[in-house]
Design a binder for this molecule. Sequence first.
Ligand SMILES: Cc1cc2nc3c(=O)[nH]c(=O)nc-3n(C[C@H](O)[C@H](O)[C@H](O)COP(=O)(O)OP(=O)(O)OC[C@H]3O[C@@H](n4cnc5c(N)ncnc54)[C@H](O)[C@@H]3O)c2cc1C
Length: 251
Amino acid sequence: MKIAVLVKQVPDTETKIVINANKNGIDESNIKYIVSPYDEYAIEEAIKIGGETTVISMGPDRCIESIRTALAMGIQKAIHIDTQGKSYDSYQTAAALAKVIKDGGFDLVLTGKQGIDYDNGQVTQMAAELSGASQVMVIDKLTINGDKAKVERRIAGGSKEVYESGFPLFLGCEKGLNTPRYASLPGIMKAKSKPIEKKSADELLGGATALVEFTNFELPPERAAGKRIEGEPPQQAAQLVKLLREEAKVI
Ligand SMILES: Cc1cc2nc3c(=O)[nH]c(=O)nc-3n(C[C@H](O)[C@H](O)[C@H](O)COP(=O)(O)OP(=O)(O)OC[C@H]3O[C@@H](n4cnc5c(N)ncnc54)[C@H](O)[C@@H]3O)c2cc1C
C-alpha cells in the first residue's frame, strides 16, 4: 500500500505570538516550529500500517525540519512542496497537495484533523475532493482488511460512527487513534541524510497566489483577572449570584 502523510509545520504551543508590523500576519522571527500535534497521530498510524510511506509538507524552507522529524520517527520517503516565500491559502494548499497525491498514486492519505495554528480543519477535505477520493474526518480507530478500510469516529453523546471505504481514501486523525512514538537517536541520525524530493508550489499551482488575503491580525483581549470570593459557603453563594447578575450579567 502507498501511504502519504500530510504534515503541517506550526508554531510551538508555548510560542508567545507577536503580530507583525503590517498587522497582516505573525512575526516569525522568534518562533520555534513543530509538527502540528494531530499530524503525529497520522505519522504513527502510517508507520504502524507499514507499506511504502511518504511524508508531504508544503511551506517555506523551514518546514524541512518537520519533514525530518517524520523521517526520524520512521517514515521512508519525503516530498517538500516549496512555497519559495509566496503566500497561499488553504484552498491552494489543498490543490497543490492533491496534485502531488494524484500524481504519486497514493492509496491512503493520513492527515491531522486540523492544524493547531488556525484550527481550520479544511485542507484534508478539499484535497480529498480535488483528488476524487473518499474522506472521513476525526477518526480514532482504523482497521485495514485487504482493499477495504474500516474507520470509527466518536460523535457527541458518546456514540460512534463506523465507515467502510475502498481506496483512495483520506483520513483526518484524532487524538486517541494511537500513541505517537518518539524518534530514536539512530532514526534521527539516519533522517539527516535521507533525500527530500522538491516540488515548486508555483509550478503546481500555475503561478496562482493566495485568493484569501489576511488583512488584520490582532491578539485576543487580555482576560480580566478572576475574583476571589471570601466567607462561608452561604455568603459566597449569595455573592456569586450577585456578581453573575450585576457584573457578568449572565443570569
Ligand atoms: C507564510 C504563510 C503565509 C500565509 N498566507 C496566507 C494568506 O495570504 N491567505 C490565507 O488564507 N492563508 C495563508 N496562510 C495560511 C495557510 O494557507 C494555511 O495555514 C495552510 O494552507 C493550511 O491550511 P489550514 O490551516 O486550513 O490547515 P487545516 O485544514 O487545519 O489542516 C488539516 C491537515 O491538513 C494537512 N495540512 C495542512 N496544511 C498543510 C501543509 N502546508 N502541508 C502539508 N499538509 C498540510 C495537515 O495534515 C493538517 O493537520 C499562510 C501561511 C503561511 C505559513
